[in-house]
Design a binder for this molecule. Structure first.
Ligand code: 5GP
Length: 197
């Protein structure tokens, strides 16, 4: 566990969307952020290389491993994880402050372990939604069709997914994504309830 001490005001609200990779959480997160200007995507720091059209400071703050470790030493992260072998991902405290200062609610798209750690720190001010793929087979098909995985990285993601699905009950709400439109609508309803909209 890589939870770090927090000085953040945990009265501020926070929304976490978590899921195994390929379950559709990024699509659902972006659907909501585009629809509600009061929700803001929390840009994580990561040490992997950008994929496709990804941009630094938009999709992630892409850091070298050295720069990432420097930030760990500075206690700059609310949470961080080595999500895949040798690849670090983390939520910067400064990112949440940036969003709260703008009067918005941060939406974190983070892995299951990171989500559990943030949830422990924020309690009732945190809404955590687990997006569940209909099955591991379906998840494998989706990741294959995305075409961004090597056979090795696909196998890693599938193994991790099976493990992560076993944690679905740890979150405020679990939503099965067997129909993307319905999953978006249900997530939207849960978020509106949480924010009292
Ligand atoms: P990808 O490499 O596909 O962009 O992301 C891999 C995984 O890392 C996804 O499950 C994503 O949600 C997770 N992730 C992204 N940012 C963070 C973060 O700041 N902290 C943690 N714990 N996981 C993250």
């Amino acid at each position: 566990m890589h939870e770090t001490r927090t000085m953040i005001n945990t009265q501020n609200k926070i929304i976490i969307i978590t899921a195994p990779s390929g379950a559709g959480k990024s699509t659902i997160t972006h659907y909501l952020i585009n629809k509600y200007p009061a929700l803001s995507f929390s840009i994580s720091a990561a040490t992997r290389i950008p994929r496709g059209q990804e941009q630094d400071g938009v999709d992630y703050y892409f850091l070298s491993e050295e720069a990432f470790k420097q930030k760990i030493n500075e206690d700059a992260f609310l949470e961080w994880e080595m999500v895949y072998e040798g690849k670090y991902y983390g939520t910067l405290r400064s990112e949440l402050d940036r969003i709260w200062l703008a009067g918005k609610v941060p939406m974190l798209d983070i892995d299951v372990k990171g989500a559990i750690h943030v949830q422990q720190q924020f309690g009732d001010n945190c809404l955590s939604i687990f997006i569940e793929p209909p099955s591991v087979d379906e998840l494998k098909k989706r990741l294959e069709s995305r075409g961004t995985e090597t056979p090795e990285s696909l196998a890693t993601r599938i193994n991790k997914a099976s493990y992560e699905i076993s944690f679905s009950h740890r979150f405020t709400k679990s939503i099965v994504n067997d129909d993307l439109t319905k999953a978006c609508e249900e997530t939207e309803r849960v978020i509106k309830d949480f924010l009292g909209w």
